[in-house]
Ligand binder design. Sequence first.
Ligand code: FAD
Length: 409
Amino acid sequence: MSAIIGSRARGRPRTRHRLPPAPVAPARASRYPAGMDTHITDCIVIGAGIAGATAAAHLSAERRVVLIEAEEAAGVHTSGRSAALWVANGGPEYERTLAQESFAFLNTPPPGFAATPILTERPVAFAVPPEQLADLHEILASRSNIREISVAALRAMIPAIRPGYAVAAALETGNFDIDVDVLLQGYLRLARSHGATVAFRRRSHCIAHQDGHWRVETVSGASFHAPVLVNAAGAWGDEVAVQAGLRPLGLTPKRRTAVVIDPAPFEVASWPRLYDPRRSWYCKPEARARLMISPADATPTHAQDVQPEEIDIAITIERMQQVLDIPVRRVERAWAGLRTFTPDGAFAFGEAIEANRFFWFVGQGGDGILTSAAAGRLLADLVAGRAPDWLPGAARILPAIDPRRFAAA
Ligand SMILES: Cc1cc2nc3c(=O)[nH]c(=O)nc-3n(C[C@H](O)[C@H](O)[C@H](O)COP(=O)(O)OP(=O)(O)OC[C@H]3O[C@@H](n4cnc5c(N)ncnc54)[C@H](O)[C@@H]3O)c2cc1C
């Protein structure tokens, strides 16, 4: 095998089950243009966001893995642009379960995974205007870790709350900030310590299935061969499927905006996150005593290096100022990211409708970070054909996220 690009692991060897060696390169390389950089392995993962990184970390415990990424670094797209929240109470059963099952890993990662904590507790406060009282009561009735507090108590925590805005308030505990970069680098380090290779600047553009092997050719002229292909390309998931001649799922990337301001004269470091019950906006303390605000927008778009729109930045500030009396002299930073959804909004984890050992690992929407640890473990089980005995409710969850549910569409 020719030398592999990128940051090949020099991690210590581990005792682990390895698959039999793949066919040797020279015989196959001769089928491709002379000079093509050819690599043969057990599994190719496309996309080094949080999904591809956790996939590589888990899959590489039992097979040789190459993770290829179009950009110069991991997490350049959605995974580097999130709000970084671990929530206790979100969404449908599959999402809550994957979040809960991820918690132990994120809270107590394996030795050597991270030098600093991944999770930091941060409660969520709700400021409730009159027209959202019914929404608050619904939330209070459906969750155990939330309690109503007085508006005065809310203002004691967040003195910037405008007098007269909130008629009720609540505080939810058991939520955490996630250090996404530490988590992402931890997955990559774990993958490398298992012998996986991470190859940056390798954008797939042509994928073929031949003799039981996937052949992924990249724009830069490298060629990767493996019997298993994992599509963790986020917003580009359908594009990768089309490259492989498979049916796209109908993914929709949705733009979400984030704006960072200097909240002076307020000191926000100890503030909880602040939402309204309808989640029409939120804010949270950001590094260096700044405040991150999002209008919780979800504008359908296409896969791209998405940028924030001026109008969304203006809406963000306006929505925040209805609730908080904070002067905004200038926006320090703004970004947008793509939250990508399947047609029914649920994740798509598992083998493609066309089979052939092409695995979808996409559609994580707004929850890909907080569910990532269990999601990677689940994907490794699906690739190995193992029942995920550790996953409560697996018999209900697997059909809900199986990409083959779109077969009839
Ligand atoms: C504003 C915002 C707030 C969010 N808040 C939260 C939150 O609080 N908690 C939470 O859990 N989640 C949150 N999310 C969602 C979370 O960020 C995503 O679910 C997650 O990052 C998706 O990860 P991914 O790896 O699938 O996608 P990405 O990070 O986009 O990774 C896909 C990668 O594939 C690469 N790629 C694409 N095509 C190719 C190709 N042909 N060849 C090689 N590489 C390719 C791309 O370059 C990219 O690096 C938020 C998202 C946004 C935008």
